[in-house]
Design a protein around this ligand. Structure first.
Ligand code: SF4
Length: 58
C-alpha cells in the first residue's frame, strides 16, 4: 500500500488517520473497507471507515 500517493476517488478529512494525506483531504490507500457499528444504520454517523489506523507520528 502506498500511503504517500493520493487516491482521487477517496476523499477523507480524518487527519488523525495515518493514511490521510492531510494537506489535500484525501486517502492514500488504494481501497478502503467501510462498515457499520449499528444493527440498522440510518444516517452517515452510523457507518465507519474500518481501514482507519491512528496516526502515531504526531
Ligand atoms: S483509511 Fe479511512 S479514515 Fe483513513 S484516510 Fe483513508 S478513508 Fe480516511
Amino acid at each position: 500500500m502506498n500511503e504517500a500517493c493520493k487516491n482521487a476517488s477517496i476523499q477523507c478529512t480524518v487527519s488523525q488517520c495515518r493514511y490521510n494525506l492531510v494537506t489535500e483531504d484525501y486517502c492514500g490507500l488504494d481501497c478502503i473497507h467501510v462498515g457499520t457499528h449499528e444493527a440498522d444504520p440510518t444516517v452517515p454517523e452510523c457507518v465507519d471507515c474500518n481501514s482507519f489506523v491512528k496516526r502515531t507520528d504526531g
